[in-house]
Design a protein. Structure first.
Length: 77
């Protein structure tokens, strides 16, 4: 399982069975100003509730993230 630090804080409480509000209060009490932002917290809590177990970006169809290849450089060159 690959989870970012931010998402791990949320996942840990979610796996412990805490509610959204309990988890948010725990994080705020433990980390104060450095707690995960509410928008990010809400996003990750919902994602884990839906069954997601990692914080990697899902692959999407469309243009590849890197379009510079040796073949393209030679073609343009």
């Amino acid at each position: 399982m690959d989870v970012s630090r931010e998402a791990f804080r949320v996942l840990y409480d979610y796996k412990r069975g805490l509610t959204f509000k309990e988890s948010q209060e725990n994080l705020q009490a433990a980390f104060g100003e450095s707690a995960t932002a509410l928008a990010a917290f809400t996003y990750w809590f919902r994602e884990f509730k839906r069954g997601r177990e990692n914080s990697n970006h899902d692959s999407r169809p469309g243009r590849p993230p890197i379009a510079v290849t040796d073949a393209n450089v030679i073609r343009v060159g």
